[in-house]
Design a protein around this ligand. Structure first.
Ligand code: UDP
Ligand code: MG
Length: 342
């Protein structure tokens, strides 16, 4: 399994080999001017380094002619495959489509707007070769607008780092390398591609980060604005829950539900004592409302936890999705021949 990536058989490095070693996955949404130089540069980098490859462009419902150009290029070039989506689904879905169609043992993702530099690909592969499952690029010298991009990104990265505990600087960088078995059966929703390192970390992946180059956009326009910040925060909340409680939701809902119910019951008993024991009037006391609200909230949280337990079991069992991921099984030849007595 630990076949070296860079020392892959040079014969296999011919263009369009049946199963390429590396698949470069590029989501494309209205990037018609960038496409020809992009594909040419990626191909040159792989060829110069003697790495067998395929380029997999996923057209995410472009309306500027990217679709036709891709179709045409893919017919001409044996090293290019185009997956054309029916409409615009968003970058995450486009990347997921790429992962599912990629044939390589290693997947490289990069943006279709030439902001990432394909010349960094061999560096990522070399790092992956050291035994990592995911290598992420770090746009140390990022070329984007300060107020709308860099500052929100700094804050988001800091927050994501705190929540996910994956110590990388730049979550937003698309230039990444993965071992393909890591991402192939990963389910991506919302804009979760940004959190792939965090999701991979939950699955026990070894993660590294290296600085990469970043260029200003030459053609077209950015598809995102400030609105992305909110969506990233919501996705972060999902990730936080998945990381902490995915397989044990009752531990969090049950705990808070129980605390609320106990507090509500305690207050209720106190008020009952005031009413029945001391004959006081409790009908106009805010404390009564608090007791009722606490008790009802507690019951709801508790039952929600039970439902979440059922959902979680359905989630894992309907997809045959084990709650663990095996890195490798080590055994001697003999252990295969002899079956231990039960
Ligand atoms: N993209 C996509 N679908 C979308 C939006 C973007 O496939 O709905 C692609 C886009 O073509 C580009 C990459 O995702 O290759 C990143 O988009 P963009 O460069 O606009 O993001 P930025 O670099 O400004 O964060
Ligand atoms: Mg970009």
């Amino acid at each position: 399994m630990n076949r070296s990536i860079l020392s892959a058989d040079p014969k296999a490095a011919s263009v369009g080999a049946v199963t390429p070693w590396v698949s470069a996955v590029v989501p494309i949404y209205n990037e018609v001017e960038s496409l020809p130089p992009l594909i040419e540069t990626i191909a040159t980098v792989f060829q110069q380094n003697g790495i067998s490859y395929e380029i997999l462009c996923v057209d995410d419902g472009s309306t500027d002619g990217s679709t036709d150009l891709l179709r045409q290029l893919a017919c001409q070039r044996p090293d290019l495959r185009a997956v054309l989506l029916r409409r615009n689904y968003g970058q995450t879905a486009a990347m997921a489509a790429g992962f599912n169609h990629a044939r390589g043992q290693v997947i490289i993702t990069l943006d279709g707007d030439l902001q990432n530099d394909p010349a960094d690909i061999p560096l990522l592969l070399a790092k992956l070769d050291e035994g990592y499952d995911l290598v992420s690029g770090w746009r140390k010298d990022r070329q984007d607008a300060m107020v709308t991009r860099l500052i929100p990104s700094r804050i988001a990265n800091w927050l994501i780092r705190r929540v996910t505990e994956v110590q990388i600087h730049d979550y937003g960088c698309s230039l990444k390398a993965y071992r393909s078995e890591l991402v192939r059966d990963m389910n991506l929703y919302g804009e979760l591609h940004r959190f792939l390192p965090a999701l991979a970390f939950i699955e026990g992946a070894r993660i590294a980060e290296i600085p990469v180059r970043h260029h200003a956009r030459r053609y077209g326009y950015s598809k995102y604005g400030l609105g992305r910040t909110f969506r990233v925060m919501m996705d972060l909340a999902t990730i936080f829950f998945m990381k902490k409680f995915l397989t044990r939701p009752m531990h969090v809902f049950g705990l808070f539900g129980m605390i609320a119910m106990l507090l509500g019951t305690g207050l209720g008993l106190y008020l009952t004592f005031l009413k029945l024991g001391l004959g006081q009037n409790i009908g106009d006391r805010p404390l009564l409302i608090l007791a009722v609200v606490l008790f009802l909230t507690g019951v709801q949280l508790f039952s929600f936890g039970l439902l979440a337990e059922l959902l979680m079991r359905t989630y894992h069992e309907s997809q045959n999705r084990p709650i663990y991921r095996v890195r490798e099984v080590v055994e001697s030849e003999n252990s295969l021949k002899s079956t231990p007595e039960v």
